[in-house]
Design a protein around this ligand. Sequence first.
Ligand SMILES: [Zn+2]
Length: 376
Amino acid sequence: MRNNITLGRLAGVTIELNWSVLVIAFLITFSASGSLLPAAVPGLSGAAYLAGGLIAAAALLGSILLHELGHALVARRHGVEVERISLWAFGGVAQLEGEAATPRGEAEIAGVGPGISLLLGAGLYGIATVMTGLPAAIVGWAGFINVVLAVFNLIPGAPLDGGRLLHAWLWKRHGDKGRATQTAGKVGRYFGSALIALGLAQFVFGGLGGLWTVFIGWFLRNAATAEVQFASLNEDLGGVTARDIMTAAEPVEGDWLSVAAFIDRHAVQQIRPFYLVGETDGSVSGVVTVKALAAVPDDDRWTTSVRTVARPVDEYPAVRANEPASELLRKIGTAPFVVVWEGSTPIGTITQAQFVTAAETARILASLRNGQPEAA
Ligand SMILES: [Zn+2]
């Protein structure tokens, strides 16, 4: 379930690496050492090009990290917490825990990323001009890639930085955040479709790289759609928090019990697809699913403890109890449920089905509030 490797903490933000980054790092190293660098500076050894390719890949990751760190630090100055930055195939994501309260705040948070990339790009270009040979080629390439990063992120479609800038501008102009979200999302979808068409054309005329453009366009379209859905869900759910729709974990069942005793004592009385289990003091140690209980053969049920078939609780997506319920849409993904935490204690769970029901109900209630007839 874990696709991310934690690299460490920087300025109080956890830096994570998705495995897909390794694929990109490999591709960069491969293309830089195999063709880009030998073409720019001919006549060096294979080892020199390989080292150059590795440095280029590291420079790309470092550049993305600085871009995201910019978002994170400015967000924090505007009172929006950032727990982690994840680096993955399409760049980085600074995971903001909430949104800016004003258009100005949103514009500053979004604008600083491309700003840093542009400055880095210009600076590296400048440095490259006073260097020679392989170092000049690598530094020049790093400058170029930062400009690409800035330009790509400035595409004015949500959820890219350009989309956030557009959203902030529309929000300020019309004073209507919801309408700004709809418009920025629509523009994001148009740009996604345009990239798909461009990539297909590229592909038809013989460029395999066109497939990559198609993929990015498809990703952008989906993300823009999700952004709009998220915003309307957010509006429907209003002030509802995760705590309001969760199933409380109490009582936490003993993980030392045998599977047979556990089924007798608890599972028969409380029908749930899974249970939080824990120590005598009530602290949660893991999650056991009914399927995991059922997978223990009949003969072993009295000798197998629940602890051995439980999974660690932090393997499941987490939300904080006071987070808006709409955050679940971002966090639940394909997981069967999320765990609701109060500080460092898991206090409940929310299943996919529970969330869908809450969202559905909130939508109907919102339409009743607004006096629009609900289409059955
Ligand atoms: Zn950015």
